[in-house]
Design a protein around this ligand. Structure first.
Ligand code: GLA
Length: 388
């Protein structure tokens, strides 16, 4: 933890007491997109960038929040009696939502706290800055107040619950799970219907994972996301009229094809097709990775993009430009949109010797076509959230 942050904490909140530090990472999903609320598989990994936090217990009920990323907002004050979402609360709705969820689950918070954060995930990039803040808050509350029976998995579920019920975004479990449970150099092959998971080493001796940030975030993100989720639920209900299933993730491609006409609305049918095929693709991709068939893994990533673009309709012009440019580059094994969509980032597997040209050429052509720069990050896969 950087010395300046500790100094800043003391400057804002005063010296003394037991100031503790924590970190929770962002994530990138390699494949298995928009499957986590349909009982499918996902394959994310934790990044080495994320949200850092410093916190100190108080002796009263006050909550004081400060973010170095939003330093203009100064200290935002609240209290444990005021765990209610509001627009003015801005980013503090995320930690407050987690506190509210702790209390709802019977983990009464005995005191308020002074809380300081700094995040190095680019804002709105779809690399889960909000999930990392939720998981960070969970790790911090568990440690500060000694809730030792809570597991990292519980903290992921608490983060998701607060995002769904306090912040109104009906997300699945992937982001919080990856932030809480990440493991260095591994991706997490998670079955979202049971939360059974396996760490799969990401061995890429000749290639790197490159994230490209389109630096666009179209509005309606939350509402379009919730719409997709509702459309999948409608499709599931229609299918349940003709077959005995609990989730779209239970179906193979052949089972889907045999019963898809039961889904009355053609849009819902396309959404369900994506959910089923993407889940099966994820299972195949992890198998390919384990067998060192990286090219096969890359092809499945490309197919994932096509499905997200055409059937799930969560891509956008800028992201399609980035993916098309990547597909044309020599040395690119696979490239696709990653995360919730409607902007944000792509993830690509790029041969070591092609990485510099990838960044230079795509950077230049993207700027020519779109009018602003993209940003590139060559990824290191890190560990999950922890006390520092
Ligand atoms: C967002 C959500 C996740 C998941 C992805 C799409 O990141 O928070 O739960 O649904 O979108 O795969």
């Amino acid at each position: 933890m950087q010395k300046e942050w500790m100094e800043k904490f003391q400057e804002i909140y005063g010296n003394g007491g037991d100031i503790r530090s924590y970190f929770a990472p962002g994530r990138v999903n390699l494949i298995g997109e928009h499957t986590d609320y349909s009982g499918g598989h996902v394959f994310p990994c934790a990044l080495t960038i994320g949200t850092y936090g410093l916190a100190r217990k108080r002796e009263d009920n006050k909550l004081r929040f400060y973010s170095l990323n939003f330093s203009k907002l100064g200290v935002i004050e609240s209290s444990l009696e005021d765990l209610i979402p509001s627009e003015e609360a801005g980013w503090t709705n995320y930690p407050k939502g987690v506190m509210w969820t702790f209390e709802k689950r019977g983990y009464k918070l005995p005191f308020g706290l002074d809380f300081f954060i700094y995040g190095n995930i680019p804002n709105g990039s779809g690399l889960s800055s909000s999930a990392s803040l939720e998981v960070l808050t969970g790790v911090m509350l568990k440690d500060l107040f000694g809730f030792s029976d809570l597991t990292m998995q519980d903290l992921a579920l608490i983060g998701q619950y607060s995002e769904n019920n306090f912040n109104g975004m009906n997300c699945g479990i992937m982001d919080q799970f990856a932030s809480a449970m990440g493991k260095k150099d591994c991706a997490i092959f998670l079955d979202t219907s049971t939360l059974e998971f396996e760490y799969a080493p990401v061995k890429l001796p000749d290639a790197k994972i490159v994230i490209t940030n389109s630096k666009v975030k179209h509005s309606l993100v939350g509402s379009a996301y919730n719409d997709r989720r509702n459309e999948c639920e409608t499709a599931l209900k229609d299918l349940q009229g003709v077959m005995d299933i609990k989730a779209l993730g239970e179906l193979t491609e052949a089972e889907f094809e045999a019963h898809k006409d039961a889904i009355k609305d053609p849009v819902c049918q396309k959404r369900a097709k994506h959910a089923v095929y993407e889940n099966q693709r994820t299972i195949k991709a992890v198998k390919a990775l384990k067998e060192d068939k990286i090219e096969e893994f890359g092809r499945l990533m490309n197919d994932s993009h096509v499905s997200l673009r055409d059937d799930y309709e969560v891509s956008c012009e800028e992201i399609d430009i980035l993916v098309d440019l990547a597909w044309k580059m020599p040395g690119v094994l696979g490239s696709r949109i990653t995360g919730g969509g409607f902007g944000g980032c792509t993830v690509s597997i790029v041969k070591n010797e092609a990485v510099d040209a990838f960044i230079e050429k795509i950077g230049r052509e993207y700027k020519e076509k779109v009018g602003h720069e993209a940003e590139f990050y060559v990824v290191d896969i890190g560990d999950g959230a922890r006390k520092l």
